[in-house]
Design a protein around this ligand. Structure first.
Ligand code: HEM
Length: 141
């Protein structure tokens, strides 16, 4: 699989041209959604909602934001090429994966994990800034 190139199997079939980087975003989002929902079910079953913030951020950064990035690259194959989309995927994935457990621990009374939550937040923000840079970059012709 070569990231950043239009998927030849889907190209030219009249539908939305998919590409492997958008699939990578969607696959990651699907896995994180399952983890987020399982954690939500655990919170419901245990009656302990103290970590609702961690659940919410995993679902929102890991599934919603990740999926929106994936939709963007599916709709804009020209923007899918190069290193920036892969860096964006890395930033958002690390942000979600680091933020979730450290926020669970922080909300369970371990304040030492706050710097990790802060670091993950800045990674998510860096991803959002990179997304904006990609959006404002002139189209390659
Ligand atoms: C199996 C699916 C899910 C279950 C069982 C579940 C369960 C829960 C529970 C028990 C709470 C705490 C409610 C409270 O204390 O008032 C909660 C909060 C929340 N959930 Fe979910 N959830 C699920 C899916 C999702 C998804 C897919 C999203 C977002 C895309 C989401 C976003 C949120 C948000 C934003 C909150 C509020 C957090 C807060 O108040 O700090 N949840 N959820």
């Amino acid at each position: 699989m070569r990231y950043g190139l239009p998927d030849r199997q889907n190209a030219g079939r009249g539908g939305i041209v998919s590409n492997s980087i958008s699939l990578l975003f969607f696959r990651t989002a699907a896995i994180l959604l399952i983890v987020g929902m399982l954690f939500g079910i655990y919170m419901s079953a245990s009656g302990n909602h103290a970590t609702a913030g961690a659940h919410a951020h995993l679902n929102l950064i890991g599934f919603v934001v990740m999926s929106v990035y994936g939709i963007f690259f599916a709709l804009n194959p020209k923007k899918s090429a190069g290193r920036l989309p892969k860096i964006l995927w890395g930033l958002n994935t690390i942000a979600a994966v680091v933020m979730f457990p450290s926020l669970v621990l922080l909300l369970n009374g371990y304040p030492g994990f706050e710097p990790l939550v802060a670091a993950a937040s800045f990674l998510a923000l860096a991803g959002a800034i990179l997304f904006a840079v990609l959006l404002f970059q002139p189209e390659a012709v």
